[in-house]
Design a protein around this ligand. Structure first.
Ligand code: NAP
Length: 239
């Protein structure tokens, strides 16, 4: 089976490449998803059975400050992949990595059928990407939240923002499992407990300091990113 991973150099993509051996994972430079001609050319030439689309502009502040870039990559880039499949490879299966941030983050524990209401531009573009993917026949939209096992990249972490977090390698393994089960539609790949960003940061970086949203200035953030699932099992977070 021929598998294309976009965003293969990213936090999740790096783990996906370990879980799905022998994938085709072009770098951003080799295949810019915003370049429609290159994307169409790629799909015209290559037989791809499965796309795992993990490429995105993921930084909330950057998406807010450069909305054109965020729209281009997260929405138009997704559209290019989808339209190329519709044009050349109608049977190709498509897995889109979406986010818990499509929900408003006020109540938490959102299920697959809960209604999205994004808080910021990043989340809006990810939701618009979901709608692009829904044009396909064979798709799976995976909403999740994860962090890398590497050192926490900031000196502080929020005690009042929550998720049903997993580490990125666990999400990659979960993705392999949902793919083997041939799920379709929407699925949430989630941890089995609600934890704060501070708690998860401490697991890899004991010296990380606590902070609250009151110390933050910037785009609106999704506060409670916890997800529930009615379509799949939950995973236990572990390093
Ligand atoms: N991290 C999270 O907490 C989280 C949670 C839920 C869902 N997600 C979603 O999961 C996916 C992966 O997230 P991540 O944190 O692993 O992302 P990441 O580390 O920020 O990596 C993003 C990847 O996208 C690539 N990329 C960006 N623009 C591109 C373009 N125009 N053409 C081709 N590739 C491009 C990047 O390549 P370069 O670096 O070379 O530009 C990089 O490989 C994303 O779709 C994200 O929205 C993330």
């Amino acid at each position: 089976m021929s598998v294309l991973i976009t965003g293969g150099s990213g936090i999740l993509g790096t783990e996906l490449k370990k879980v799905f051996p022998d994938v085709i994972a072009p770098t951003h430079k080799e295949l810019d998803i915003c370049d429609k001609n290159s994307v169409f050319d790629f799909f015209k030439k290559k037989d791809i059975d499965l796309v795992i689309h993990a490429a995105a502009v993921t930084k909330v502040r950057l998406c807010e400050e450069n909305r054109e870039l965020a729209m281009n990559v997260n929405v138009n880039g997704t559209r290019n992949l989808v339209d190329a499949i519709i044009e050349f490879k109608k049977k190709t299966r498509f897995i889109y990595i979406s986010t818990a941030c499509v929900f408003d983050g006020h109540s938490g524990m959102y299920k697959e059928k809960s209604i999205p209401y994004p808080e910021n531009f990043y989340a809006l573009t990810k939701l618009l990407g979901e709608y692009e993917v829904k044009k396909l026949n064979n798709y799976l939209i995976v909403r999740t939240n994860f962090v890398s096992k590497q050192k926490w990249p900031y000196p502080k972490a929020f005690t009042d923002r929550f998720g049903t977090y997993l580490f990125s390698n666990q999400v990659a393994e979960g993705l392999k499992e949902v793919e083997n089960a041939n799920l379709k539609g929407f699925v949430h790949i989630v941890g089995d407990r609600k934890i704060s960003m501070f708690e998860i940061a401490k697991m890899t970086t004991p010296e990380v300091l606590p902070m609250t949203i009151n110390e933050y200035s910037g785009p609106r953030l999704t506060m409670d990113m916890t997800l529930d699932t009615e379509c799949w099992k939950k995973y236990s977070i572990s390093l």
